[in-house]
Write a protein that binds this ligand. Structure first.
Ligand SMILES: Cc1cc2nc3c(=O)[nH]c(=O)nc-3n(C[C@H](O)[C@H](O)[C@H](O)COP(=O)(O)O)c2cc1C
Length: 186
C-alpha cells in the first residue's frame, strides 16, 4: 500500500512563497504518496494549556482543548509522513505552525514513553524566508530536536532563502526539491 503524506501549511498566504513551494514539492512527489495539504492559518488551533490531561493514561490521544486540532490529530495519526511548510517569521515557524507542534504533545506520554504514537513517523520541513538560509537554523533545529525527542524519523528540511514566488514557480529550485523528495522517500 502507498504512503500517506500530510502537509501542514502554516503560511497565512494561500498564494504566497510557501504555498508555491508546496506546489512544486507536490509535483515532485508525484504518485509516491497520497497527499493531503491543509492550510492551518485560518484554523482555530490554540496553544497547549499544560493541563496535563493527556499525560494521564485514561486520556490517551485526547487533548482536553476542543478546537480544530481534533480533526488534525486524526489526519496526523493516519499519515506516514508529515511535512511542515512554513515561512520564517522572527527566526521561527509561524505561530499557527508552532501551535500545531505544541499540541502534538498529547500523542506521547513524555515522562516514560509508555505511550507514543508519533514514534516512527517521518517528518520534514519546507521553509521559505526573506533572508539567507542560516536565518532558518533556529526553527529548523527546533524541529530536528522535537523529532529526536519524540522518536520521529526526521528527514531534514528544504530552505528557500530570499524567497520570491516567481523564482520558485519557474522551477529554479527543482533540483533542490527533487533531492529533498529523495531524502524523504529514501
Ligand atoms: C511578520 C514577518 C516576520 C518575518 N520574519 C522573518 C525573519 O525572521 N527572517 C527572514 O529571513 N524572513 C522573515 N520574514 C520574511 C518571510 O519569511 C518571507 O517573505 C516568506 O517567504 C513569506 O512566505 P509566504 O509568502 O508564504 O507568506 C518575515 C515576514 C513577516 C511578514
Amino acid at each position: 500500500m502507498g504512503m500517506k503524506m500530510l502537509i501542514i501549511n502554516g503560511s497565512p498566504r494561500a498564494e504566497g512563497n510557501t504555498s508555491e513551494l508546496v506546489k512544486q514539492f507536490i509535483m515532485n512527489v508525484g504518485n509516491k504518496a497520497e497527499i493531503e495539504e491543509i492550510c492551518i492559518f485560518e484554523d482555530d488551533i490554540k496553544g497547549c494549556k499544560n493541563c496535563g490531561a493527556c499525560q494521564r493514561a485514561v486520556l490517551k490521544t485526547h487533548c482536553a482543548v476542543n478546537d480544530d486540532m481534533s480533526d488534525l490529530y486524526q489526519k496526523f495519526l493516519s499519515s506516514d509522513i508529515v511535512i511542515l511548510a512554513s515561512p520564517i517569521y522572527m527566526w521561527q515557524f509561524t505561530p499557527c505552525t508552532l501551535a500545531f507542534l505544541n499540541r502534538l504533545h498529547c500523542l506521547c506520554h513524555s515522562e516514560d514513553f509508555s505511550y507514543n504514537v508519533m514514534e516512527g513517523k517521518r517528518m520534514a520541513a519546507l521553509i521559505t524566508l526573506g533572508a539567507e538560509e542560516d536565518v532558518a537554523d533556529y526553527a529548523a533545529k527546533g524541529l530536528r530536536d522535537f523529532c529526536e525527542f519524540f522518536r520521529i524519523d526526521h528527514r531534514g528540511d528544504i530552505r528557500i532563502p530570499y524567497a520570491e514566488k516567481q523564482r520558485i514557480s519557474s522551477g529554479e529550485y527543482n533540483r533542490k526539491v527533487k533531492e529533498f523528495v529523495g531524502k524523504i522517500f529514501g
